[in-house]
Design a protein around this ligand. Sequence first.
Ligand code: WT7
Length: 641
Amino acid sequence: MNETLPMDEKYRVGLARYRQEYKESLENPESFWKEKAKIIDWFSPFDKVLDDSKKPFYRWFINGKTNMSYNCLDRYANNEKRNKVAYIWVPEKGEEKVVTYYGLYRRVNAFAKALLNLGIKKGDGVTIYLPMILEAPIAMLACARIGAVFNVVFSGFGEEALAQRIDDSNSKTVITADGGFRKGKIIELKKIVDAAIDLSKGVDNVIVVKNANNKINMESGRDYYYDQILEDGYVKPEELDSSDPLFILYTSGTTGKPKGIVHGNGGYPVWVANTLKWGFNPKDEDRWWCAADIGWITGHSYIVFAPLLLGMTSIMYEGAIDYPKPDRMWDIIERYGVNILYTSPTAIRLLMKYGEKYPLSHDLSSLKTLGTVGEPINPAAWHWYYDVIGKSRCPIIDTYWQTETGGFTIAPSAHLGLPDLKPGSATFPMPGIDPVIYGDDGKEVKDGEKGYIVLRKPWPGLMLTVNRDEKRYMDVYFSKFPEQYLMGDYAIKDKDGYYWLLGRSDEVLKVSGHRIGTIEVEDELVAMKEVAEAAVFGKPDTVKGDTIIAFVTLKDGYEKSVEVINSIKKRVRADLGPIMVPEEIHIVDAVPKTRSGKIMRRVIKAVYLNQLPGDISTLENEASVEEIKKAVEIIKKEEGD
Ligand code: WT7
């Protein structure tokens, strides 16, 4: 675990500058952030850096007025940067499209005007359910321009998940496409939107981008084609307050209801722009490829906002990284001369499985820096990435963060000074981040001991709140260790001060880097007519991190059968989306619970994985464990047949 890889001399500017800035950020946050906030333009300056009078609801850059769309576009579109490429959009199939800063500015203005014409105004909720097409960032920026609060829903979510987000975000407008492409197949997005609207409280406008040209229903008076409502011209960006909400993004937690994480107009842009600069040290001529989906925070912060705030050129890729062939990612890097690649451990492990011959058949010499995010990276994947893809000359920026933190919290800094890297460690905190590792008793653990990672001080990228649920904001993040931010992960700090992230400390899974709440899936299962009880847990998977396993009991009158299992899976897919479908559903006679009635997922998991359960004395009846054991035996036998 403590293998250290000295960085190439050319990357070494020494750690002195990093240490100096880091120290400054914690000791003099007022002057530090006053300076760093200049990374964006302000229509009127803030009169105070931080207001912590209502902690833990911290507010940054008090009374500052700004606009994200202005900072991403107008600042570049009207000067010598106007012809700089903002995005090279690469479709799954066919020709790329290139859009300049000026082009993007025009398109965002035209769509902002269309939104205003529909009566959408500052503070209104707008749900964006789009595939990875240019209209996704355009829609986000157009909303930001007029101060509408957008909520992007990943296009892999199903109708119920979408309906829930439309309602919770108070959206009366949905922006979608007829369809999206996934490995040559069309995903019928408009159809899913229609079904979701039926389940929701109702919406007034649906804006549809023609993308896949599949047949769809258009409801007159409610549905509009995107290209028919655009109106060329200029829309003055709203002068928004730092603490006005910019967007809501939902993430799974430990209850059935996803949390709407709210980010604002002031602190968030300052944080994402500075962290991208610190982490990756992008240069004006670089081509940056963040291979995430815009439906997740990585896409928001590091495909859309931070790169545009810094005036960078990004690759935006529509499709799957191994389609049509396993060399797709390497082909794109070579074809477009990508300099910085930012992807996930899951992607690396998937591509690693296909073998070295795919990357070796491409010229990857344009690469300078590599990045990873989403889950801990295992040393084997780290080495493959470093050796085979980066040819042992590109540092790996392992960025540890989450939806709620807005941007990187722990990551090596190519800009301020790279430490020698240790494969699997995210290394050191970003400026402003003050981590500590606590035991259950709230005392700091010794170096090398495992505990909860907690951030002691606020930073500008911290969410404003959980949408319509201040109590949940307090309970989930600030109650275990009062007034300090609980990240929900286990971690170790080693004797050299490096941080090692060890996975979630709550009942949330990481499936291909995406957070899936076990309870969310359980709630869906028990809402079905055949299911009585359900226990969901994660099974370690060498590519995906976790896969979803469900144990269920059936209601009287239902018999265990392949048909029942398939029909349950089909409904999870339609309601929640393909990413939430359990890989295996096992029907058993009982699920083990504690005396207080809490399902013991850990025990079931341990038995299932053939690891002896730690403490089964708190189980209500051990017979259910036996039954699970029996069930597992049967499955094993079935598999062996
Ligand atoms: C959770 C946040 C951050 C954007 C993508 C996921 C895990 C994330 C790392 C990393 C170890 C990581 C944590 C975190 N995680 N990055 N580099 N090393 N773990 O965002 O869905 O909000 O999930 O992802 O468990 O809490 P998210």
